[in-house]
Design a protein around this ligand. Structure first.
Ligand SMILES: [Zn+2]
Length: 142
């Protein structure tokens, strides 16, 4: 059950909460990514918000920019991990660092893919803000 299904939740969904759940930045209700059977870090993105019909890819190739966000995330993760590995092991073997960094980079790639797009849409896209009117009622095609 997602946060949005909770009938007891009367407060509007906060920006951080919506971003963590990869909800639409416009209405904070629809999902950006399709649910998988495993329900965990799906990589398939909707073209439009299932709730408010907001088009996620604002212009063609818009998500190429997410590559740069992802790059920044990976650099931050790798630096942190390299320092942590050094502090924990005091090792000077390059193979240890190579193994740990590449392994974790592969493990975190679904996370980075997903959240680079979330960060891009939530905080790096000018003129894209939460619209309470869009959150009031679902979009209907007429
Ligand atoms: Zn939406």
């Amino acid at each position: 059950m997602s946060v949005n299904d909770n009938p007891l939740q009367l407060k509007p969904i906060t920006e951080l909460n919506a971003a963590l759940h990869a909800n639409c930045p416009k209405c904070r209700k629809g999902d950006m990514f399709q649910k998988t059977s495993m329900g965990f870090l799906s990589q398939k993105m909707y073209t439009k918000c299932p709730y408010c019909n907001f088009q996620f890819e604002i212009e063609p190739g818009y998500f190429y920019v997410a590559m740069f966000v992802s790059y920044g995330m990976v650099v931050a993760e790798m630096v942190t991990l390299a320092i942590a590995t050094y502090l924990l092991t005091s090792s000077e073997s390059p193979w240890l660092y190579l193994g740990v960094l590449l392994g974790v980079a592969l493990l975190l790639s679904p996370f980075n893919y997903r959240y680079s797009r979330v960060i891009l849409l939530f905080w790096l896209t000018p003129n894209l803000h939460y619209d309470p009117n869009k959150a009031d009622k679902p979009f209907s095609e007429k």
